[in-house]
Design a protein around this ligand. Structure first.
Ligand code: FDP
Length: 310
């Protein structure tokens, strides 16, 4: 296969991704290159601002958000309907009448790990129509993508036809590294968020079952990096459950969970809040959170069994 056939832009077109959607994905991938550059040269300091959840922002959080916004605003060849960022408390409207797609972004997921130099990432969700559209995620999302700023910069996307990984090479091209990633039925790792003392009994019993079965603990504190590890190892489970002091869980549906659920489902995995499939849920608020179990089929089904039978 020639190098040009392996780059993101060609891959999108060979996969018959709709023209406008293709341009959006390609442009968001360009913005991620600039973020990757900023992550490498970051001073890892906090800014004096907080986001809508009261979390202290890093200079890098706000900068990443700015880079993406600029890219979307600057590019006039496609029309974005709406844009929402985890770093902002409102939806920004662009071409409400004649745009087809809307974008959500978590500009720098796992950013509390920037100061210790662990892997962080950017997560995008692309919706057909408006962001809050009274439709379940599976009818609203048409594509999802994340970029990881690790030892290598990698990009994983799905536009509903498989899940694929690319690596940023030294001349700035996204080169295909894995096409049609397929999760096995069952994995060997688990990634459990939240403090054990705050877990409900049924969740604790589920985790103990995984431990009895010999699952290895892999939790960094960066959702996108932990989920990526499960995807690349072809199985396992990431959980952030409801907690006794936080029944809604921690992770955000629009910015984190539904995009990753979309990517996992397209790789043969699944995602649930314990009772309902994450992509079957309709979002009513920008910052809506949910408990989450995401990974390969065996572990997610097992979680459902523990959570519904208790
Ligand atoms: P962060 O606050 O650093 O942005 O939802 C955000 C998130 O990280 C996830 O990426 C991560 O999995 C989780 O929070 C970590 O939460 P805990 O510190 O409670 O483990």
């Amino acid at each position: 296969m020639s190098l040009t056939r392996k780059v993101l832009r060609t891959h999108l077109s060979n996969n018959n991704v709709e023209h406008e959607l293709r341009r959006i994905i390609d442009n968001l991938a360009v913005s991620a290159k600039f973020i990757a550059f900023e992550v490498r040269k970051s001073n890892r300091k906090t800014s004096n601002t907080t986001n809508m959840y009261g979390e202290t922002q890093l200079e890098l959080d706000t900068l990443s958000d700015y880079i993406i916004r600029e890219r979307i605003g600057y590019e006039t060849s496609f029309k974005i309907k709406e844009f929402a960022s985890e770093e902002k408390d409102h939806i920004i409207e662009f071409h409400t009448d004649n745009g087809s797609y809307s974008i959500t972004v978590d500009p720098l997921d796992g950013s509390s790990l920037v100061d210790v130099d662990l892997t962080v990432g950017t997560i995008f969700g692309i919706h057909y129509g408006n962001i809050l559209n009274n439709k379940p995620g599976k009818e609203s999302l048409v594509a999802a993508m994340y970029i990881l700023y690790g030892p290598q910069t990698t990009l994983v996307y799905s536009a509903g036809k498989g899940t694929h990984e690319f690596v940023l090479n030294e001349v700035g091209s996204w080169v295909l590294s894995q096409e049609n990633i397929e999760l096995n039925e069952k994995g060997k790792i688990y990634s459990p968020g939240g403090l054990r003392k705050d877990w409900f009994r049924e969740h604790k019993e589920f985790i103990e079952k995984l431990e009895e079965e010999g699952y290895k603990l892999r939790y960094s504190g960066s959702f996108v990096a932990d989920a990526n590890q499960i995807l690349m190892k072809k199985g396992g489970i990431f959980t952030y459950p409801k907690l006794t002091n936080r029944e809604e869980g921690k992770l955000r549906m629009l910015f984190e969970l539904q995009p990753l659920a979309f990517i996992f489902e397209n790789a043969g995995g699944c995602a649930t809040n314990g009772l309902e499939n994450i992509l079957d849920i309709t979002i009513s608020e920008l910052g809506q959170r949910s408990p989450a179990y995401i990974g390969s089929r065996y572990e997610v089904e097992l979680a459902k069994l523990y959570l519904t039978n208790n």
